[in-house]
Each structure stands twice: as C-alpha cells, then as structure tokens.
Design a protein around this ligand. Structure first.
Ligand code: 2HG
Ligand code: ZN
Length: 476
C-alpha cells in the first residue's frame, strides 16, 4: 500500500472545499519546499500543505484532521536548526503553513504592544514596530524568513537576549488553535493578570506539540536614540569575558548585544560570503561584536566605547578595535556575525551544539569543548560563536577539509556527546535556544528525565490526547 494513502482522500477533499484552491497544495512540485529543512537534514513527504488565511480556517482544518486522526506539522519560515518543522518520510502527516496569516493587526503606542499574526516574518514585525516609532527587540540571524508563530513556538533567543530576554519574555497574549480545533482567545495585553496557570507560557517553547499559535500580543520598547557597534579583536575568550564585565561595570543597561566569534568563524565568512570584509589591520583568533544602545539623550555611547576599549587595550585584553561610523558600517560589522550559519553551510557538513553555560564559564566551555572535539576528529574545524552575554555559545563543528561529509555526520552523536559532557560538567544546557525538534528528543531522558519529563508527557497527553500535533518532536 502506498503510505500516502494513510491520509484518507475524503479528508483531502474536505480540506480542499474548506480552504479553497489557494489554501491547499497537493502537487509534489509545490509541496517539496515544505518537505526539506534549512540544514537539509530531513527530507520528508506529505500529501498536502495547508495554507489557511484566517484563524477560523486554521481551526476548521485542525478539526477536520483531528476527526480523521491525521497528524499535523505546523510550519512557519521552516528555519529550524533541529528539524522542528520537518515532516515525516512516510507521507502520513499534513503540513500546515501559517504564512498567509500575515497581518499586523494593531500597534498601540501607549500600551507599547503589537498584535500580530503568526505568519508575519520577524523582520516585517520589526519594521512595522519601527514605523510606529517603537522597537521589537527580538533579533535572530534568520529574521528575514522566520515567522512570529515559529519564533514563539520555539521560544527563539538571539542577539538581544542579554538585554530583553528570550521570545517568551516579550509575549503578553496569545491566540492558539488547540488540537481539537477549539480556539483559545488569550490575546490580552496585561502586565498583571494573576488568574491561574499561565497558559501562554505553556505554548511558548512547546514547538507546535500542544497547539498552533495563530496570533500574539508582543511587548514593544522605546526605540534607541543612539546605537554604537564595535568589532574588537580580543586576546582570548577570557579577555572577551573580561571586556564584557568592564562594559557591565560601566553601563550594563546599554549593552544590547555581546557576541563572541572565533577567528575561524570569521575566516569562513570572509571566504564564503561575497562582499564580507574584515575592517581590522590583521586577523585575530578571537573577536567580539558589541552593540550598545540607549534611548537616553546625550549618552555619548561612542565616548563610552572609546574609554572602556582604551583601558582594555592597556590591560592587554583588546589588540585592535573598530567602532562603526555609520549605519552602513554597523550593518557590515553585523554581517560578519550573522552570516556565520550560511558560511558554515557552504564550508561542508556540520554538527551543531547550541549549548549554554553560566556566563562566567563560557571561556572554559570553549576551551574544553574544542580540545575534546579535536581529540576525536583530527582536522575538525571547531567554530564556537554566539551570545556570550547570555552564556549561549554555538559550538559548531565543521568537517575537516577533504573528508566525506556523510562520514563526518555519522560521528554526530559521538561529537555531541563529547560537547555535552563538558556542558554538563559546567552546569549548562544541551539546547539553549534552538529547541529539541526532531534532532534531540533522544537527549531528553538523560537531561530532563524523571519528574520533569513525566510532567511534560502529562501536559502533552492532557492537551493532545491523540498525539496529532507535530509528532516525533521534542518528547522522546
Ligand atoms: C545564530 O546565533 C543562530 O546565528 C544560528 O542561532 C546558529 O548556525 C547556528 O548554529
Ligand atoms: Zn544563536
């Protein structure tokens, strides 16, 4: 039997008549882009991709699938690093794309909130907030494609977590289609609402396993009046941490982003990304990219940078630094950081470790994880980079030059185990911001076993007793 027949034909025709021709794709040529993840780790197949345009259409589609017992994979921008929106290979699951729910419903400049639908890209949401004179502070490398629904369902972190927290810290209200097709209208915009369990935080970070987020109320912040960005060549990861500490002592509230990059990571960007350039005299083994921002008047962030950096140079922490003179230069500096994932993809097969440790232990994490991986695979290119300011480092591992990519990927568990052993010794987490998806459920029993995993399973069973929401993700 062709496994695609596992989805009843009459369900597909009921969905067709409810959603109309624009609301459902069934031709394999049209569904193919929804069946492969950004990292190309998973290629599945599906008899249909649903593209509802309203919350009511999402609810009806979910209800129809629930009645037939057919599983749904909710999908936003499909930018997951862990196969969070990957559809199974057996053709038994239907993809539900939120991309047509793409309206900014309302921005309130007094409440400083934005009500927005799930399919709006993060970049479009940031732009809409900026047009209204406010700041939506969440910023991630994939923001041009990642959509609000996915960003919330995965509790994305990103570059500004050091100041504004993760996605969950920005959510005041949610609208969610539940696994049976009911809609939970939780679009409140209250800062105080002490009325029982905090349901919205249950859905944030649930990776689509409990329901489908269709809209949200997000917190906005004042737009910075002044922003300053510097790229610094630092002597070591310890020096990077020391510089962070100095900036905190000077004006912790102004630190908008504090990102670490290894020399190798920057070198890969310079080699693979057209137009990328290093604005320093010589290449270094370690860099930090620092953004300061404030809505205060006359803050003189540039002067602050110059003072702290001069002292850090004197102390031998910083070898060289450049402070951007214009918006174009700021963007060029940020490109060196934001193109890290793309450059690594172009450099060959890679194994990603999205881990976190207490901020004070980041240098030890970088040193010990690098040594462990280099011992296991001679020639491996260890590329640690990321959000030093909140302790989340991507210990990414790129295959040795010339090695067969598949042979390298076959070592992924061995390499992840080696990095995780260091993370565990430093009291960290094996998944800081990318989530669990399809890639890491096997790690859950070891890290979150016992009462914690029992509770999670209990919640899943209570909300999705048929197990139809994004099966195979998050829970082992
Ligand atoms: C980033 O910080 C993203 O740029 C992606 O979280 C990291 O490619 C990665 O592993
Ligand atoms: Zn990251």
């Amino acid at each position: 039997m062709d496994p695609l027949t596992a989805v009843p034909a009459d369900l597909i025709s009921a969905l067709q008549s409810r959603l109309g021709p624009r609301g459902i794709l069934t031709d394999p040529a049209d569904t193919a882009p929804y069946c492969e993840d950004w990292r190309r780790l998973y290629r599945g197949r599906t008899p249909a991709v649903l593209r509802p345009a309203t919350t009511e259409e999402v609810a009806d589609a979910v209800r129809l699938c629930a009645v037939s017992g057919v599983a749904i994979v909710p999908q936003g921008g499909n930018t997951s690093m862990v196969g969070g929106a990957a559809v199974s290979e057996d053709g038994s699951q239907i993809v539900l794309s939120l991309s047509r729910l793409n309206r900014v419903r309302e921005i309130d400049p007094i409440d400083m909130t934005m009500e927005i639908e799930a399919g709006v890209t993060l970049k479009a949401a940031q732009d809409a907030a900026a047009d209204a004179g406010a700041l939506l502070p969440l910023s991630i490398s994939s923001e041009g494609s990642a959509q609000i629904g996915g960003v919330l369902a995965t509790n994305a972190g990103g570059n500004n977590t050091v100041r504004y927290g993760n996605a969950r810290d920005l959510v005041l209200g949610l609208e969610v289609v539940l696994p049976d097709g009911q809609v939970w209208h939780g679009l409140r915009r209250l800062h105080k609402d002490n009325t029982g369990y905090c349901l919205r935080q249950l859905f944030v970070g649930s990776e689509g396993t409990l329901g489908i987020i269709t809209a949200a109320v997000l917190k906005l912040y004042p737009r910075p009046r002044e922003t300053a960005v510097a790229l610094c060549a630092v002597a070591s990861p310890e020096a990077a941490l020391d510089l962070f500490n100095r900036l905190q002592q000077h004006d912790a509230a102004a630190i908008q982003a504090y990102e670490y990059m290894s020399g190798l990571g920057v070198e890969l960007v310079l080699r693979h990304i057209p137009g990328a350039a290093l604005p320093l005299e010589t290449a270094a083994a370690h860099y930090v990219l620092v953004e300061l921002a404030t809505s205060r008047k006359h803050a003189d962030l540039r002067g602050a940078f110059e003072g702290v950096l001069a002292a850090a140079m004197e102390a031998g922490l910083v070898a060289d630094a450049v402070i951007a003179e214009s918006g174009t230069q700021r963007a060029a500096l940020w490109r060196l950081r934001e193109e890290h994932s793309e450059a690594q993809k172009l450099a060959g097969a890679s194994v990603k470790n999205d881990v976190s440790v207490p901020v004070s232990k980041v240098p030890e994490l970088i040193r010990r994880a690098t040594e462990a991986c280099e011992r296991l695979v001679p020639g491996i290119r260890v590329v640690p980079f990321g959000h030093l300011g909140d302790g989340n480092i991507h210990v990414n591992l790129v295959q040795p030059d010339g090695m067969d990519g598949a042979a390298f990927l076959a070592l992924d568990h061995t390499l992840m185990d080696a990095v995780n052993a260091v993370v565990r010794a430093l009291d960290g987490s094996f998944s800081a911001e990318h989530g669990i998806g399809r890639l890491k459920p096997f790690m859950m029993p070891e890290w979150r076993g016992g009462a914690e995993l029992d509770l999670m399973r209990g919640i899943k069973a209570a909300l999705d007793p048929q197990g139809l929401m994004n099966p195979g993700k998050m829970l082992p």
